[in-house]
Design a protein. Structure first.
Ligand SMILES: [Zn+2]
Length: 273
């Protein structure tokens, strides 16, 4: 039905058919909060993103126009008020059907090289592609606070200054009132408090429950964010950004000061829309 979208991408411009846009909005609850004007801006931005980035399917995924637009729309949510320029310096978006196995190669301090495999739902490389998986996160099922697309694109914003540290570059004009030292202080505080909360949950986990198993989920569900956010400040920023756009009340209730900073950085307040 929407196969022509793929053709138009090749020619350098994209027109998203209104029925396809409506279908995308209907499938993603957090896109429905926008009024007509903001919705139109998001659609226009999404068309620009699809025209300027190269999206490709991997792992046997057949990239349909519906998938392209759904991923494009979610990717554009964080930059709705910042602009497409915030995704400069790279061009590829790779989409896997679901979690995939990534081969890693790291060198330790003694120079020994370790190679191993791990499953991943997405990745963002500095100056390189964004990798996301379609199933299940990018569908954003109702009530889910997880969103792999927003997560990886938030990493891209953080990486724009060359450092994955949870502090994206601040624009002198757009972010005039935001102070990087204040940001770092708040981030450090909320991240450490969250990491302590994760430690408490883990202490509470019965020894016979594998923390990686589904049985552990009810324990982690007490946390306001995905426990992965405890990893480091960069992951805390990416996970918080997911929650900020998809389940904002949850983030506001847990970390109001941090919510306010994110709102001033993204120039949006999802709860006010
Ligand atoms: Zn991450």
């Amino acid at each position: 039905m929407f196969a022509r979208l793929l053709d138009s991408i090749v020619s350098g411009s994209v027109e998203i058919p209104p029925p396809l846009w409506e279908q995308t909005r209907a499938a993603l609850p957090f896109l429905r909060r926008f009024d007509t004007q903001a919705g139109a801006s998001l659609r226009e931005l999404c068309a620009r993103l699809l025209a300027t980035k190269v999206m490709s399917g991997a792992g046997g995924l057949e990239l349909t126009a519906a998938i392209q637009v759904a991923i494009g729309a979610q990717a554009c949510l964080p930059i709705l008020r910042l602009g497409i320029d915030w995704y400069r310096g790279w061009s590829g978006i790779i989409v896997y059907p679901s979690e995939y196995v990534a081969r890693r190669r790291i060198q330790d301090e003694s120079g020994l090289v370790h190679e191993f495999e791990e499953t991943a739902a997405g990745e963002a490389w500095e100056g390189g592609p964004v990798i996301v998986s379609w199933d299940p996160d990018a569908h954003a099922p109702e009530n889910s606070a997880f969103n792999v697309v927003i997560h990886e694109f938030a990493h891209k914003l953080d990486l724009l200054d060359g450092q994955a540290d949870g502090l994206p570059p601040l624009d002198r004009r757009l972010h005039a009132g935001l102070d990087p030292h204040h940001w770092r202080g708040v981030l450090e505080d909320v991240w450490q408090r969250f990491a302590a909360a994760v430690d408490l949950v883990e202490l509470d986990l019965p020894a016979d429950i594998d923390p990686e198993s589904d049985q552990a989920d009810p324990y982690y569900a007490r946390l306001p964010l995905d426990p992965y956010a405890a990893q480091d400040e960069a992951e805390f920023f990416a996970v918080s950004s997911e929650t900020f756009f998809v389940s904002p009340q949850r983030l506001l209730d847990a970390f109001p000061q941090w919510y306010e900073l994110l709102s001033r950085f993204y120039l949006q307040d999802p709860l006010a829309a």
